[in-house]
Design a protein around this ligand. Structure first.
Ligand code: DP6
Length: 328
């Protein structure tokens, strides 16, 4: 009997320049470039044990045995590891999030990044971070970015099965930024990001315009990061989020993630700026609003968000580091 284990932790990330659309569904390559920042306050810890005595893969998240689509995405990654290592051993995967999973904030990014790192280490593969990012990206493209800390870029991919890893742009020490998440609902999200982006790509007349805009916004955001220009970063980040949502609202049938409280928060963010506060909004495939700000504005931004009717709570994060191995 052979047993080999490793445990890894990876942080969630939020995209400033959004990934929305696939160059290849089969190879999970993004149609557009994206840029993210890694969040210190949200992470997933995953333990992987390959065990020759096991008959099948076992997948557990927050103490609950998982079956169905999530389990099969995990097994697909484990199969890639088995192919690379020449082993057929099944694995026990146990994963937990340090943030409430039911909040709708649960992200596949931290989950598949932690799984990629833990399973590569458990299998004893001598892979570098880029190769691990490529592995994570194949399961969930945003997960490729969570292998790195600070500011991270993932270029658009091709239609074939070529290597595509995220790249670190700047470490977290480069720029002190805070993210405040305004949680507006505790319900699980209604339409997942994968299915909504595919639906948008297939049916929205705005998808082509979205693809044209993305490289422009990504290079503006890269420039803003390099020069620590928060106004430039914030404006381009808002444009990316709202253009992404507009493309999905124009899909047939339309998908919109906005709750009444989402709109109230977006208006509050504009009012904060009029009052001289530094605050810019972004949203992913859910109703919560993530506000980018900076000390000394952070506490005032949190207070103003808590005053908005419908905001249940806020979560504050600074920039996080790369995915790490906790034990092997
Ligand atoms: C709106 O990475 O979840 O959060 O590759 O199909 O797993 P798959 O999609 P996923 O999409 C993330 C979409 C987004 C924007 C982003 O993170 O860039």
């Amino acid at each position: 009997m052979t047993i080999s284990s490793a445990t890894a932790r990876a942080h969630a990330n939020i995209a400033l320049a959004k990934y929305w659309g696939k160059a290849s569904l089969e190879h999970n390559t993004p149609a557009v470039p994206s840029i993210s920042l890694t969040l210190d306050a949200l992470s997933t810890t995953t333990a992987v044990t390959f065990d020759s005595a096991m008959a099948d893969d076992y997948v557990e998240v927050n103490g609950v045995l998982r079956s169905g689509e999530f389990r099969s995405r995990v097994c697909t990654m484990l199969d890639r590891i088995r192919l690379a290592s020449g082993s057929s051993d099944r694995a026990r995967v146990t994963s937990s999030n340090d943030f409430p999973t039911a909040s709708g904030l649960a992200s596949s990014a931290s989950a598949f990044a932690a799984l990629a790192l833990a399973s590569v280490k458990a299998a004893g593969l001598p892979w570098d971070s880029a190769r691990i990012s490529d592995l994570a990206r194949r399961s969930s493209a945003s997960a490729g970015r969570s292998i790195f800390g600070g500011f991270v870029r993932l270029r658009a991919g091709g239609t074939d099965d070529t290597f595509l890893a995220a790249e670190p742009l700047a470490p977290r020490e480069h720029w002190d930024i805070d993210i405040v998440v305004a949680v507006v609902s505790e319900d699980p999200k209604k339409v997942g990001s994968t299915s909504c982006m595919i639906h948008t790509q297939n049916t929205s007349p705005y998808f082509e315009a979205w693809c044209g805009l993305c490289p422009v916004l990504a290079s503006r955001i890269e420039h803003a990061i390099a020069h620590r220009d928060l106004d430039m970063l914030g404006q381009a980040t808002e444009q990316s989020a709202f253009a992404m949502h507009a493309s999905s609202m124009a899909a047939a049938p339309a998908v919109f993630y906005f709750e009444p409280a989402t709109v109230a928060v977006l208006q509050a963010v504009q009012a904060m700026r009029r009052d001289g506060l530094c605050a810019y909004a972004t949203m992913d495939a859910g109703p919560h609003v993530k506000v980018i700000t900076q000390a000394p504005h952070t506490e005032k931004v949190v207070a103003r968000l808590m005053d908005v009717v419908g905001v249940r709570r806020t979560l504050i994060s600074s920039l996080g580091g790369p995915a790490v191995v906790l034990s092997e």
